[in-house]
Design a protein around this ligand. Structure first.
Ligand SMILES: NC(=O)c1ccc[n+]([C@@H]2O[C@H](COP(=O)([O-])OP(=O)(O)OC[C@H]3O[C@@H](n4cnc5c(N)ncnc54)[C@H](O)[C@@H]3O)[C@@H](O)[C@H]2O)c1
Length: 335
């Protein structure tokens, strides 16, 4: 049994907390949003996970110090834009032996750092001598399915393979199978960038296009993500694995995906900001766009789908013009 804290009480944090409590861990959930804690304590259900009951054994707290103190594992499950502030918030309470897991998917604008890199930076800013054990946990994992124990696979990625294996042990159960991977950068790039490709897939279905177009977007999407990843020194196998093509397939095709849903609304003609507001929860693909564009420029990598999604979301280009631009690009070899 491990003592585990989940920081962030959104759908993913709560789904993981429930699973870990049901597999005999001592679980505490903290949120910066105190109304979330009040709601969960009172109702024992997450408002977006109605089929799933939160076990009585889970403790809730609004106190960040007690959420961190004496825990074996601390999971950051906040939206990616709050990972830096949350890491800064916990830095003074983190000790050498604790494993920090990031489950948020994103890349920070300007710094172009991944989530585990941000956490490392904030923890080391506070204590340069801290021995950090940081793991990225990522894969094709909709909270709605994990919350009702449907079979799921995930990747535990860390430069420290021992930490990745501890996380593999803790998260493995009859409903969840965990693979380790030392290519943390590749795993995190996939997690952030697939959300942009899922927006494109949603736009395509919203325009009324069919499975052919979806398959094209997924396949050419992973081609551009892996092109960037290889330029950044990542491992091709990661892009062909669960955190890569696996997560892209689930995000680009599922009804549970907010990125896909937001894209669908945009394809139907809803203005982007209104579509994002209608989804109501974090649409990470939109947050990842500035960094994706910066990375593509920095590494001089061709990412046509990412650039067209950015044109539609941030530059007022209509979805039909974007599709036409993609379809009439210069002729190319696939290989
Ligand atoms: N939902 C999924 O199926 C799923 C699966 C895998 C990974 N993820 C990733 O997990 C992360 C969280 O996703 P989610 O679905 O739980 O999102 P969500 O919108 O349900 O929850 C986001 C949470 O962020 C926290 N938050 C809000 N404002 C904050 C603040 N000012 N400071 C600190 N925390 C604050 C809140 O607890 C909020 O519930 C995202 O990066 C997402 O990509 C989600």
């Amino acid at each position: 049994m491990k003592k585990i804290s989940v920081l962030g009480a959104g759908t993913w944090g709560v789904a993981l907390a429930r699973m870990l409590a049901n597999t005999n861990n001592d679980v505490t959930v903290w949120s910066a949003v105190s109304s979330e804690i009040d709601y969960l304590e009172e109702n024992h259900r997450h408002p977006n996970l109605k089929e799933s009951v939160i076990p009585d054994s889970i403790k809730f707290t609004k106190d960040i110090e007690s959420a961190c103190k004496d825990k074996d594992i601390i999971i950051l499950a906040v939206a990616s834009i709050y990972v830096r502030s949350t890491a800064k918030n916990i830095a003074k309470y983190i000790t050498d032996n604790q494993i920090i897991i990031d489950v948020a998917k994103g890349i920070e604008d300007n710094s172009l750092l991944t989530m585990t890199e941000i956490i490392e930076q904030e923890l080391k800013n506070y204590n340069p001598n801290l021995k950090t054990n940081i793991v990225a946990l990522s894969g094709p994992t909709h909270a709605e399915e994990v919350a009702i124990d449907l079979p799921t696979t995930i990747v535990s990625a860390s430069k420290n393979i021992d930490s990745a294996k501890v996380v593999q042990d803790v998260f493995t159960n009859t409903c969840m199978r965990v693979y380790t991977n030392e290519d943390v950068k590749g795993v995190e790039l996939c997690g952030a960038l697939k959300n942009i490709i899922a927006l494109a897939s949603g736009v395509s279905s919203g325009l009324g296009y069919g499975d052919n177009a979806t398959a094209a977007i997924i396949t050419r999407g992973i081609a551009e993500i892996s092109r960037l990843g290889l330029a950044m020194g990542c491992n091709m196998q990661t892009f062909l694995g669960l955190a890569g093509i696996g997560d892209l397939i689930v995000t680009a095709t599922s009804k549970h995906s907010r990125n896909n849903t937001a894209g669908h609304l945009i394809g139907e003609g809803v203005p982007p900001q209104e579509a994002i507001a209608q989804v109501g929860m974090v649409v990470e693909g939109v947050n990842a766009l500035p960094a994706a564009i910066e990375l593509a420029n920095k590494y001089d990598v061709d990412m046509p789908i990412v650039f067209m999604v950015n044109a539609v979301i941030n530059e007022g280009v209509s979805p039909l013009v974007a599709v036409n631009t993609l379809m009439t690009r210069k002729k190319k070899s696939e290989i």
